[in-house]
Design a protein around this ligand. Structure first.
Ligand code: NAD
Length: 471
């Protein structure tokens, strides 16, 4: 059965949530509209052939600048998809109080079909096109990694930008998700997954939420299934397992899916996949399921789609046996299938909140680039010295000495990664409370997605009012 497009799905969710607000129609239309899309086709010589490559950059909202959003490399990239993803970025930034408008880029290639050298050529050419049209810059539009891209591509983008914009003092802030050695920030690679962990931890520690789905409070020992073991899926699994004590009973990847009742160690699975021709199938102790979609139908507490959009549709929604869905990917649930999930009592934690860890830490990286200084550089030593003096005073007064290990913990001054994690945790906890407040005090709102949208829409409409554009 065919369903509406990803963009229509995002807009339908928008309209549904907007109906619960008192925001004037004109402002809602302004917020919903995509402000600018640049669509290009450029030639790149690949071996003895010329490949004509289609690419996009959508800037959904200029109400705050720069605009911000990842760049996706996937054969399926199209204008509708980048517009949908850019819109989600606008709402996401508002929810987590990151002062950017939303954007998204896409290059319609299968990145696994090209060599590293060819990908570099394509990335540099795409960046050049963005520079030519003024679609990139630290105060204009700041890309980041997304599906099929990572820190390597971001380094190429920065290098190309700097080649053209030599003396620009803030040039390093033209892109985020860069390698730490090239003006990146510690903790960016894991940020989206870590944010998913903080978000789901908050939900599971909320007694009313757990009572609703019939689960005990706390993440520990929750049975989890993860779809997609890329950047987001990997770090979500690793961190939730190590710091949250969850049990991953199923994993789906492109090549198929596996099940293991007593838990899959994600670190071992990642190593196994590398040594097994990029396949999770045959992981020791696991059962191979019929196909890659089968893992989604496993009985579990939390299902985490971390691959792509439109994975849960009207075709499979009624077969799901989870209690909670944590949308680590963007748009994994179609608007139509969400009604089926609601009727089954499945609680959905929406993408525009749950995967906002990436853009939050990207914001920290951008701030670091503008300040030209690593976080913690000024205060780390000062704090550590102060803690040392405090411990020494307590030791003198009590006449007792603490162990070296205890001393190291107590007198540690924050490194950049400590500050990044703490800023991210604060953001995810705070935003969860804002969404939960709307959800729990306004029964008509019904879903966490509607509540998240309402939080976003009210902040963005206030921005417009502050700009003096609307009364
Ligand atoms: P990635 O390219 O690193 O990983 C995606 C993984 O999904 C790959 O391993 C791929 O093989 C797998 N996959 C693809 N189709 C699949 C299928 N049908 N079944 C099972 N596995 C499949 O991408 P990513 O950066 O991890 O992004 C994943 C999702 O998270 C996307 O929706 C993206 O928009 C979203 N997201 C990413 C970030 C980020 O910081 N990277 C931030 C926010 C949201």
């Amino acid at each position: 059965m065919s369903e509406i497009s990803f963009l229509d799905s995002v807009n339908r969710n928008f309209d549904r949530a907007a109906s619960f607000t008192k925001i004037p129609k004109g402002i809602l239309e302004m917020i919903k509209a995509c402000n600018a899309v640049y669509e290009i086709q450029f030639p790149v010589r690949i071996g003895s052939e010329v490949h004509v490559i289609k690419a996009f950059r959508a800037q959904h909202s200029h109400h705050r600048l720069p605009t911000k959003g990842g760049i996706r490399y996937s054969k399926m990239v199209n204008k509708d998809e980048v517009e949908a993803l850019a819109a989600l970025m606008t709402y996401k930034c508002a929810i987590v109080d990151v002062p950017f408008g939303g954007a998204k880029g896409g290059v319609a290639i299968n990145p696994w079909q090209y060599t590293e050298e060819q990908l570099e050529k394509i990335t540099r050419r795409y960046t050049t096109e963005l520079i030519r049209k003024n679609f990139i810059g630290p105060g204009i539009d700041v890309p980041a990694p997304d599906y099929g891209t990572g820190s390597r591509e971001m380094a190429w983008i920065l290098d190309t930008y700097v080649t053209f914009k030599g003396g620009e003092i803030d040039a390093a802030g033209c892109v985020t998700g860069k390698p730490v050695s090239q003006n990146g920030i510690s903790g960016r690679t894991e940020a989206t997954g870590r944010g998913v962990f903080y978000g789901l931890r908050e939900l599971c520690e909320t007694p009313d939420a757990m009572a609703k789905v019939g689960l005990t409070t706390g993440l520990k020992n929750k049975k989890v299934v993860i779809q997609g073991l890329g950047n987001v899926g990997q770090h979500t699994g690793l961190i939730m397992q190590k710091e949250g004590g969850i049990k991953v009973i199923g994993v789906a990847e492109y090549e198929g899916s596996i099940y293991k009742e007593d838990g899959i160690d994600i670190e071992s699975l990642i190593e196994f996949r590398k040594s097994n021709n990029n396949s999770i199938l045959g992981f020791p102790g696991s059962t191979t399921l019929s196909d890659r979609m089968a893992a989604l139908e496993l009985e579990c507490d939390i299902l985490i789609p971390a691959a792509l959009e439109n994975q849960i549709t009207i075709d499979n929604a009624h077969k799901l046996k989870c209690k909670i869905i944590g949308e680590a990917a963007n748009g994994p649930i179609t608007a139509e299938s969400e009604e089926i999930l609601a009727s089954k009592g499945i609680l959905v934690v929406p993408d525009m909140y749950l995967n906002a860890g990436g853009v939050t830490v990207s914001y920290f990286e951008w701030l670091k680039n503008l300040s030209h200084m690593r976080f913690g550089r000024m205060e780390k030593r000062f704090d550590s010295n102060a803690y040392q003096r405090l411990v020494a005073t307590v030791e003198d007064l009590s006449g007792k000495k603490i162990s070296d290990t205890e001393r190291a913990v107590l007198t540690h001054g924050a490194d950049e990664v400590d500050l990044v994690r703490s800023g991210l945790e604060e953001t995810m906890v705070n935003s969860f409370q804002q969404i939960w407040k709307v959800y729990s005090t306004r029964p008509e709102v019904q879903t966490l997605r509607n509540a998240a949208f309402i939080v976003a829409l009210e902040k963005i409409s206030n921005d417009y009012a502050n700009l003096g554009i609307f009364p």
